[in-house]
Design a protein around this ligand. Sequence first.
Ligand code: ZN
Length: 499
Amino acid sequence: MTTLTKIEQQFKDLLKEQASYHEALALLQWDLRTKAPKKGAEQRAEVIGLLSQKLHQLTTSTEMKNYIDTLKNKTDDPIIQRAVEECEEEYLRSSKIPDDEYKAFITIRSKSESVWEQAREEDNFELLQPYLEELVAYNKKFATYWGATTNKYDALLNLYEPGITTKELDQVFGQVREHLTCLVKQINASTIRPDANALAHHFPKKDQESFSLEILKRMGYDFDAGRLDETVHPFAIGINSNDVRVTTRYDEEDFQMAVFGTIHEGGHALYEQNISSNLTQTPLATGTSMGIHESQSLFWENFIGRSEAFWETHVDLFKEFAPASLHDVKFNDFYQAINEVKPSYIRIEADELTYCLHIMVRYELEKALIDGDLQVKDLPEAWNDKMEAYLGIRPKSNKEGVLQDIHWSAGDFGYFPSYALGYMYAAQLHDQLSKDININEVIATGDFTPIKAWLTKHIHQHGKMKKPLELITDVTGKSLDASYLVNYLTDKYTHIYEL
Ligand code: ZN
């Protein structure tokens, strides 16, 4: 065994150790969010804290630094090379922040999260304001440590969507915003009025669950490598690629919550389940970015799940589980109802068309906060102004305005754009997929294997081997292009609303 091969093996052992901590942490998190009894939460938080600290120590250890220096650009193994690059980014990011500052940030962040709950409950922004001010200040400082000079926001964006810049986002978001605000105005003026209430029938939870399980199966979700549970906030979590779990939420008066929620989380789970086994127990065995991950969930939820072809094929299956009162809803009314466009205050309740506008509001505000163009105290007013400008509605309280999301209170700035990028990536991938296979024909068979296989070949298997823009360019022959999303939404909603 040559010296280099020996070092590669030792490096792989260290990666395995890291991956084991990740796996233990993910399982503890899943348990905490699904099954754990209330009284166990306090000690569990302590254990999670301790294990996270151990993981952090491995990430920033001298041993890790030595492997990075020895192996970077010297190994012939492409997986090791990418893993080294990933570890180096993580090492630099973590080691550049002084320990005491990072600890202070973590402390203020956990306080801020609980203050946020109270502030939202009491509709009292002033309560949260001092915490947000500190969190913004820390984010600016960290961005400077990471080398940002003029554009600090770019450094934060890079945490979630490597390679994407503010300049690029301004361009694509600007294009989408212009078309969407115009479409929303046209839709408001249309005489076609889809009625989501037509679907508000009592639908027992156990039947919704049976239907959701059946849909997951058809998507190709592997139940021998996963499970479905119930939580208030649905999520998907990869323990490892042979154990990827999803949760959903049931509302007996609104089946859409569970059905589309399950399809969404199922899309995330398919990504994690189908990462190449060659990447197992390395930092590359996960989705390449938040945006690409979201593209997978949104692809299934909207491009497949809310399509006419999907419901034409699944109407009989739906009737097997749905209450008799829903059997009488005419197909067109049903299809229109699940695609109703209705500007709303709350992001997570937004429809497919207006959702991106909610993201634009947040993107522009957080960028202004980090750039220093906006003060935290002026945030509520600025929020309401943007909501009015883009969605035509003005929140009457901060609870349905600036206080609705936890992200900023959790210290996360630069995260929101990933949601809208996910839509754009999904539309671009959908366009390419339609060129490669006849999607509607596949949907009509009720067996989605060819779609899943296409996604696995082009996206899933690569894990973090490719960066987001590299992945999109390799699959579609073009870098990120907002026209695909604009065209998809324009075509779909022009048809539904007869514009
Ligand atoms: Zn998602």
